[in-house]
Design a protein around this ligand. Structure first.
Ligand code: F6R
Length: 603
């Protein structure tokens, strides 16, 4: 979704600084971009399409050290140059991420006050509102921003430059992410840390309605009552190199190749010893039912968690799509734990579901990657996964770690319910510690996945089938393929296909069948034969334990041996790589698929 970047500091080639800042936000998804910077007045450049188009418009020799920049993912109004940010009204220039819900009402009020508008955006209304409040001439710019917040319903992260204070960058937020980077003689605003690490690793977070004022002399922070406040400085824990491709053709491939390492990092953090594991995991003993709430792949990870927790720990788990959950009548009680899963920690629907549970006094637990994000901060308890920065829009390593975290939660639940002894726990944790190496082994068979991709990439439709936990993984395989290769696919419970959808199987239709559960394998084989009989070409993903001489199979992936409960951590890897190679063969924009955004901060 929209990306915000702003700079005040020692570098004087501001247009270059702003363009480079925007490039680090490209991964969030956007369809237009723009910058504004100060010379003796505010200058604005904006355009649709890629940042490279904007880059062609800049003057590298121009001297200035203050500016704001924006990538826009269209919500109110099409992706046009006029709708691109920055927006300017009267003496105010702004960039904005979020949605102003009452913008039509405000627009009407401002039209009556003599304002006119050129764009279809809600952002231009905010620029006009600030200008209107300034015209009252009774407030400082800080007071104008404070007053603005009382007019607006909705969410915003704003970077603001006022014509009467051209050496100052103001920023504020409500319910949209915004961080402040604190460097040496340079300070920044940004939507996320990826945009600041080329300048500094130090940053702080803003609470709703906080306002910052950044000048050459430093950063002043004010709370919603305009009292000066201080903030704790956080440090980004990953390196600049992590946000670079390091020789890989795409971030997605690089991130898949990192899966073994990040799993190891997460295991090392939570499972130094049995005691540290018990201490670091929350106490779940009071809960007798769990709701897992998330969107997209994070929701798919939740489905794996449901299978594990219901089957091994014997606790009922409902998995809900956050955009539905937030408006649904809820059946929780004081023994319910609501788990929110989110890589970014900023997904609007997941945040709304979290707030609903919090308001109802229900315990909440966030499984989050981005440190200090909204879900991490507002959940009663948080478990961080250690994926590092994930740049490709399609999640891979973060999904894997979400599943791993649910594996750990399941083990803790089993221990608390005396379903395993300390000794057995030790064994299971020991097998978990072998998985990073096994993931590397699975990845090393990349040629296998390229061959499969070549076998299917020209097809129109593809079906994934599996039973139980394999169905949950199929959903993720199917989503990965759809989002990055634009090839239509559907995931089905293997036994359900014959209740209608099997009519779509014809000569040559590819079917990826996942079969890792020994208890269900014979049933899955029968289902595979049903599609083979109708002409399907079948790719089987199975474990070495279940591998056989199946003459009805066209291609095969065999996963190494591992404890049953850990298999999902391996199964997903070939699915990610097959999707990647199909997208590559179809020449798709793999890291930035059309219409998608990395972090979905609107409803
Ligand atoms: C798919 C994908 C999305 C996200 C979803 C939730 O590859 O990345 O489906 O999983 O938008 O995002 P987070 O985890 O940031 O809440």
């Amino acid at each position: 979704m929209c990306g915000i970047f702003g700079y005040v500091g020692k570098k004087v080639n501001i247009e270059r600084v702003l363009i480079d800042g925007l490039k680090t936000l490209e991964y969030r998804g956007y369809d237009s971009a723009g910058i504004a910077f100060v010379t003796d007045k505010v200058e604005i450049l904006k355009t649709t399409g890629k940042i490279s188009a904007l880059e062609n418009m800049i003057d590298e020799d121009l001297l200035s050290n203050i500016g704001i920049a924006h990538t826009r993912w269209a919500t109110h109004g099409n992706a046009t140059t006029i709708n691109a940010h920055p927006h300017r009204s009267g003496s105010v220039t702004i960039i904005h991420n979020g949605i102003i819900e009452n913008y039509l009402e405000l627009k009407e009020m401002l039209i009556k006050e003599g304002y006119s508008f050129v764009s279809e955006t809600d952002t231009e209304i905010v620029a006009a509102l600030l200008d209107y409040l300034k015209s009252k001439d009774i407030w400082s710019n800080l007071e104008v921003i404070k007053e603005m917040s009382s007019y607006i319903k909705g969410s915003y992260a704003l970077g603001i430059i006022f014509d009467d204070e051209l050496d100052t960058l103001y920023a504020t937020r409500k319910d949209s992410p915004l961080i402040i980077g604190v460097g040496e003689e340079e300070n920044l605003i940004a939507s996320d840390v990826a945009a600041i690490i080329n300048f500094t690793k130090n940053y702080f977070l803003l609470n709703n309605y906080d306002i910052v004022k950044i000048t050459n002399n430093g950063v002043d922070i004010y709370n919603e009552n305009l009292e000066p406040i201080r903030k704790n400085i956080n440090t980004v824990y990953w390196n600049v190199e992590e946000a670079e491709k390091n020789g890989f053709p795409h971030f997605m491939l690089k991130e898949i190749y990192e899966e073994g390492k990040v799993l190891k990092d997460t295991i090392n953090e939570y499972v130094e010893s049995i005691d540290s594991f018990i201490n670091k995991m929350p106490d779940f003993s009071k809960y007798d039912n769990i709701h897992i709430v998330a969107c997209g792949s994070a929701m798919h990870a939740g489905l794996i968690g449901k299978h594990l927790i219901e089957n091994y720990a014997g606790i009922k788990v409902d998995v809900e799509i956050a955009s539905e959950y937030r408006y649904k009548k809820e059946f929780y009680n004081d023994k319910t734990l609501v788990i929110l899963i989110s890589q970014s920690g900023e997904t609007a629907d997941t945040i709304a579901s979290l707030r609903k549970a919090n308001e109802d006094g229900i315990d909440t637990l966030g499984i989050v990657n981005v440190v200090g994000s909204t879900i991490a901060r507002e959940s009663k308890n948080v478990l961080y996964i250690r994926a590092g920065v994930e740049i490709a829009v399609a999640t891979t390593k973060a999904y894997l770690l979400q599943v791993a975290m649910l594996e750990l939660i399941n083990l803790k639940l089993m221990l608390e319910r005396n379903l395993i002894t300390g000794e057995r726990l030790q064994e299971l944790l020991q097998s978990l510690s072998t998985v990073p190496k096994l993931i590397d082994e699975v990845i090393a068979k990349d040629k296998n996945y390229i061959d499969i991709a070549k076998y299917i990439y020209e097809d129109k439709d593809l079906f994934y089938i599996g039973r139980g936990i394999d169905y949950a993984i199929s959903l993720e395989g199917s989503l990965k393929l759809k989002e990055i290769s634009y090839m239509h696919s559907e995931a089905y419970q293997a036994g359900e296909l014959k209740h209608g959808t099997i009519s779509l199987i014809e000569e040559g239709t590819p079917v990826i069948a996942i079969m890792t559960d020994p208890e269900l394998s014979l049933k899955t084989i029968s289902n595979i034969k049903e599609v083979v009989a109708r002409g399907a070409k079948v790719i089987l993903i199975t474990t070495n334990e279940l591998d056989g001489d199946y003459d009805f199979i066209d291609q095969k992936v065999v996963l190494p041996k591992v404890d049953n409960y850990l298999v999902p951590l391996l199964t997903v890897v070939p699915l990610q790589l097959i999707a990647y190679h199909v997208a590559d063969l179809r020449k798709c924009d793999i890291d930035k698929p059309r219409n998608l955004a990395k972090s979905v901060t609107v409803e």
